[in-house]
Design a protein around this ligand. Structure first.
Ligand code: HEC
Length: 103
């Protein structure tokens, strides 16, 4: 019986470790950052609030890791100098709202 408990615990820990890299981030803080820094450009090309860039048929981002990488690209291009936790907050927000990769 005890063995089953440990196997279950290990599985739980393992599945948690392989979850999206931003599982513990703060989506609300991420939204504030996106609203402030990220909409103008996307909106200029896609109209509305620009969010169609995240849901377009040929969107570039295909995985949680890819999402973090793309956020880092746009962030670096813009010279925003975000900290990693800010990038992860934004990743969490965009994932919850648009990409919906499973945690
Ligand atoms: C200077 C203009 C500009 C700003 C400001 C900008 N982006 Fe982008 N972003 C782009 C362009 C252009 C693309 C499309 C790149 C492509 O198709 O190769 C893009 C694509 C993306 C994508 C990928 C969409 C997909 O196809 O899945 C994400 C995610 C993203 N941006 C996040 C951000 C975040 C977060 C910010 C705020 C830090 C931001 N962007 C600010 C120009 C901008």
């Amino acid at each position: 019986m005890k063995l089953y408990f440990w196997i279950a615990t290990l599985l739980l820990v393992a599945s948690h470790a392989s979850a999206e890299p931003f599982a513990a981030a703060d989506a609300k803080a991420g939204k504030a950052l996106v609203d402030k820094n990220c909409i103008s450009c996307h909106a200029a090309s896609f109209g509305g609030d620009g969010s169609a860039i995240y849901t377009r048929e040929y969107r570039k981002v295909k995985s949680p890791k890819g999402l973090v990488a793309q956020i880092r690209n746009c962030n670096t291009n813009l010279g925003l100098k975000w900290f990693e936790d800010e990038e992860l907050n934004v990743a969490k927000y965009l994932n919850q709202t648009y990409y919906k990769f499973t945690e």
